[in-house]
Design a binder for this molecule. Structure first.
Ligand SMILES: [Zn+2]
Ligand SMILES: [Zn+2]
Length: 145
């Protein structure tokens, strides 16, 4: 199912849009995501790179290699987290959901790496939880056409 998504960074200089299918909404509780987002967990979906476009502010992007396989982007003016690039799969991007406009509430949601969650945070919804990374990587990477 194709979705039209728009979003922007906090200062509004960087704007983006996406048209295409997405993966599940993944709430990641690992310590890297908690630090990067300054929050109890990170919420993101995977999207197809060929459906994603920067509308404005691409010159304000800054990049950080958070692991061998992952490069994260953010606004160098306001610090907002933007898309993640995966070196082992350049056909998809990880899109953090805090910056998007509108609703995605019909997409399936899951929690991953809950073994590492912030001790002060209690998960109070009924979405499926994975203590570690799911053994089947398609659970967090697969885009539903
Ligand atoms: Zn910004
Ligand atoms: Zn994580």
């Amino acid at each position: 199912m194709n979705r039209a998504i728009k979003g922007q960074c906090l200062c509004g200089y960087i704007k983006y849009k996406y048209l295409g299918p997405t993966g599940k909404i993944v709430h990641c509780h690992c310590s890297k995501c908690r630090k990067w987002h300054g929050s109890p967990y990170r919420s993101r979906i995977v999207i197809r790179r060929d459906g994603f476009k920067w509308i404005s502010g691409e010159d304000h992007l800054s990049f950080y290699d958070s692991s061998e396989n992952v490069t994260k982007s953010f606004c160098k003016h306001c610090g907002s987290n933007l898309v993640s690039f995966y070196k082992n799969n350049n056909t998809i991007l990880g899109l953090p959901l805090g910056g998007i406009e509108g609703d995605l509430n019909d997409i399936e949601q899951i929690h991953i790496l809950t073994k590492y969650k912030a001790l002060w945070y209690q998960i109070s919804d009924n979405y499926e939880q994975y203590a570690e990374l799911p053994v089947d990587p398609s659970i967090i990477r697969k885009i539903v056409e």
